[in-house]
Design a binder for this molecule. Structure first.
Ligand code: PLP
Length: 393
């Protein structure tokens, strides 16, 4: 008999994260533990750091998987780089920019918000103006705003921050592993991500990187970092040569990340980004037939791994999502904040970015619309997606 506490099985995770975890990663996480200071584990840590440098495209020594989810990475960067009374410019074009403001304000910083409509990328000129006007210590932005599907021009935003003498801080939780990221070329001072999106690992780790200049700023603070757990100076000793015990690393999660990084390296990051873009193109081709319109109007400003669409007029998006979950075992996301009830968010992230999943979600959406009594579309959405897949257009 099935236990009342049994975990649900057979879910296809096509929402805003977590994404499907490949069997090889799950198997790696079933390996017996070693001690967190075991020489073999220390070597594994070194290798994970080197692979993360490759993924972030950086030579930053301080590059490691922080114990905690993406929000821990966000909090860590802000509490280390900001002291009470410091000014920080934060771009807000969705939920996660908003969260950054909250975290920075709790750290005692003066927050200068640069707002854009939810669904728009960050306006680079207004971001640059705000930096020039307020002369902040740091200027932060979300590269891929998962709450809306908008991808901002991270290179241009980092340049604007640098031109105003500020350290650029980048959230790449949803873009790392699924869109081009160039920490060093863009001169980003510090960035954070999460494992449960395009890296195809379970949630629980936040890959972070910080330049020597950023770490020097942390070391030169007048006051101690207010969070003991997230203090980069101590984490640098733990993950660096000293290997000074700080906290017990989540060994199993790091085994999983190692396997995810192996898969990424075997595929190659360019091929992986191209796979995400191709899956999105096919998805959009099918969604157009079903009458779903993209929220983000400019194609280059859409996050390849997360597509936000408006439901056809008169269609209740919550009913559609419930139908997909209960009848088809497929999870997709709804809207948040001002977009609640207005959009659906379909994630094709990491291992999920495959044509087979596009076909499944389109067939399920077609079924949901038919159940709601909508007229059958003039052409077949699955065929439209497959045609896009075959032609590469
Ligand atoms: N930043 C962005 C862009 C995100 O999409 C998320 C999570 O969805 C976070 C930060 C927070 O990450 P977590 O939920 O892993 O704490």
């Amino acid at each position: 008999m099935k236990s009342a506490h049994a975990v649900p099985e057979n879910r296809l995770l096509l929402g805003p994260g977590p994404s499907p975890v490949p069997p090889r990663v799950l198997r790696a996480m079933a390996a017996p533990l070693v001690g967190h200071l075991d020489p073999d584990f220390l070597r594994l840590m070194d290798g994970v750091q080197e692979s993360l440098r490759g993924l972030f495209r950086t030579r930053n020594r301080f590059t490691l998987p922080l114990s905690g989810t993406g929000s821990a990475g966000m909090e860590a960067l802000l509490v280390n780089l900001l002291e009470r009374g410091d000014t920080v410019v934060v771009a807000v074009n969705g939920l996660f920019g908003e969260r950054m403001c909250d975290v920075a304000a709790r750290a005692g910083a003066k927050v200068v918000r640069v707002e854009d409509a939810w669904g728009s990328p960050v306006d680079v000129d207004r971001f640059a103006e705000a930096v020039a006007r307020s002369r902040p210590v740091a200027a932060a932005f979300v590269h891929a705003e998962t709450s809306t599907g908008a991808l901002s021009d991270a290179g241009a935003l980092a340049r604007a921050a640098r031109d105003g003498g500020a350290l650029p801080i980048m959230d790449c939780v949803t873009s790392l592993g699924g869109a081009p990221i160039e920490v060093d070329a863009w001169r980003v001072a510090a960035a954070y991500s999460g494992t449960q999106k395009c890296l195809a690992s379970p949630p629980g780790l936040s890959p972070v990187t910080a330049s020597d200049e950023a770490i020097a700023r942390v070391r030169g603070r007048k006051s101690k970092v207010e969070s003991w757990y997230l203090d980069f100076t101590m984490l640098a000793d733990y993950w660096g040569e000293g290997r000074t015990y700080h906290h017990t690393a989540p060994i199993t999660a790091i085994y999983g990340l190692r396997a995810s990084l192996d898969l990424i390296e075997e595929e190659g990051i360019e091929a992986r980004v191209a796979r995400h873009r191709a899956a999105q193109r096919s998805l959009l081709a099918g969604l157009a037939v079903l009458g779903f319109e993209p929220l983000v109007l400019v194609p280059e400003r859409r996050i390849p791994s997360l597509t936000a669409v408006r439901a056809p007029d008169g269609v209740d998006e919550a009913i559609v999502r419930k139908h997909l979950l209960t009848e088809h075992g497929i999870e997709i996301g709804g809207g948040l904040g001002p977009l609640k009830g207005k959009i659906l968010r379909i994630g094709l992230m990491g291992d999920g970015a495959r044509i087979g999943n596009v076909v499944r979600v389109l067939a399920a959406l077609g079924d949901a619309l038919a159940r709601l009594g909508r007229k059958k579309p003039a052409s077949d959405p699955v065929e439209a997606a497959l045609e896009s897949h075959r032609s590469g257009r």
